[in-house]
Design a protein around this ligand. Structure first.
Ligand SMILES: O=C(O)CCC(=O)C(=O)O
Ligand SMILES: [Fe+2]
Length: 365
């Protein structure tokens, strides 16, 4: 039955119920393939990956690699190069479990614990964060449709860069889909280097000199007195995480300038009046959510998205409350460094602990 959540949840990871994946080669009678010879020649786990851009400023789909296998150095470095160039990479039909997900991520650096405020998916996998509204509902009695309605008061307020209130925000996130609805629940990413490049020169020059305070929930438009909001605020205030970051970050690997404001967590620009700060943040936020800098990803079971959290923001789906189906994804997070601005400013910790690596140096399996 279309829309039946049990039908979707029952699918083997990596296999889309109801038919072949969208990108399977089309084979003509007699075995002749419609794919160009170069693509047909690709073998899984070859050093060559097949990179197909999907939007003008951001995003590429990667084929020809099985992420559940140990990867040759050349493949890892090709993925890293593609990530730096395209900011978010999408893989289809993968078969990662928690251990393989962690092992894949470890090719690219050290991992952090799942999240400063949320429990991991399982005790033996402290790196794995579950993305699913149900655990939050259990914790806070959350009516997530109501939460989304309130968030929409600012159209950009669901956009975020992961955990920017940490003084060393994650370098990257790798999200895999376990159970996804047949329709809806897409995720969008935006390229913050392209957003910076799209500003006029006088505004770029001003932004280059600014620093901003990041703290959890500061960008959300929430109603005071609401029990769920109070529970969230209590949770973050019990162990506040606050950092000052440059508004423009120089990317540590590409050298690009990145508009590093996080619509969900940037509280104010330092040294400005409240009105000046609000107007400038609004300008920056509206800039980074312009559609031309974004890409939108349609999840299938087994899909994986890998984003550079130093150069992107993303928007979690907000239409899932309307969909009578489960949506469960798992994320691992790569340890990041302290951002630096074009003026040499290095991010400052105001409150909380920096992220630390888990299982440093030790292979996961
Ligand atoms: O649920 C989504 O689409 C994205 C979740 C998210 O923000 C994350 O994994 O960091
Ligand atoms: Fe996120």
């Amino acid at each position: 039955m279309p829309g039946d959540p049990t039908q979707i949840a029952g699918g083997r990871p990596g296999v889309r119920p109801g038919g072949p994946g969208r990108h399977r080669p089309v084979t003509l009678a007699g075995g002749q393939s419609l794919l160009p010879r170069r693509r047909r020649a690709l073998r899984k786990d070859s050093a060559v990956i097949d990179v197909r851009r999907v939007a003008g400023n951001i995003g590429a789909e990667i084929y020809g690699v099985d992420l559940s296998r140990a990867l040759p150095t050349e493949t890892v470095s090709a993925i890293r190069t593609a990530l730096l160039a395209h900011k978010v990479l999408f893989f289809r039909d993968q078969t990662l479990d928690h251990a393989a997900h962690i092992a894949f991520a470890r090719n690219f650096g050290l991992l952090t614990y799942a999240h400063p405020y949320h429990k991991p998916a399982a005790e033996e996998f402290p790196e794995i964060l579950t993305i699913d509204p149900r655990p939050l509902e259990d914790e806070f009695g959350r009516d997530h449709e109501e939460v989304y309605r309130r968030r929409r008061r600012a159209h950009y307020s669901g956009w975020h860069t992961d955990v920017s209130p940490a003084v060393n925000p994650p370098a990257a996130g790798i999200l895999r889909a376990a159970v996804v609805p047949e329709y809806g629940g897409d995720t969008q990413w935006t390229n913050l280097a392209a957003a910076y490049a799209g500003l006029s020169d006088p505004i770029k020059s001003l932004a280059d000199t600014l620093h901003a305070e990041h703290r959890f929930l500061s960008g959300f438009q929430m109603l005071p007195g609401d029990p769920e909001v109070e529970a969230l605020v209590k949770m973050t205030e019990s162990d506040p995480l606050i950092a000052i970051h440059p508004v423009v970050r120089v990317h540590p690997e590409t050298g690009e300038k990145v508009l590093f404001v996080n619509p969900s967590s940037v509280a104010r620009i330092m040294g400005l009046t409240t009105v000046e700060s609000e107007h400038l943040l609004r300008l920056f936020h509206e800039q980074l959510v312009r559609p031309e800098y974004t890409v939108r990803f349609r999840w299938e079971p087994g899909s994986v998205a890998f984003w550079d959290n130093r150069a992107t923001a993303h928007l979690a789906a907000e239409d899932t409350a309307r969909i009578p189906a489960r949506r469960t994804l798992y994320r691992v997070t790569l340890l990041g460094d302290r951002p630096k601005g074009p003026d040499g400013f290095e991010s400052e910790l105001v409150s909380g602990r920096p992220f630390a690596a888990l299982r440093e140096g030790a292979p996961v399996r």
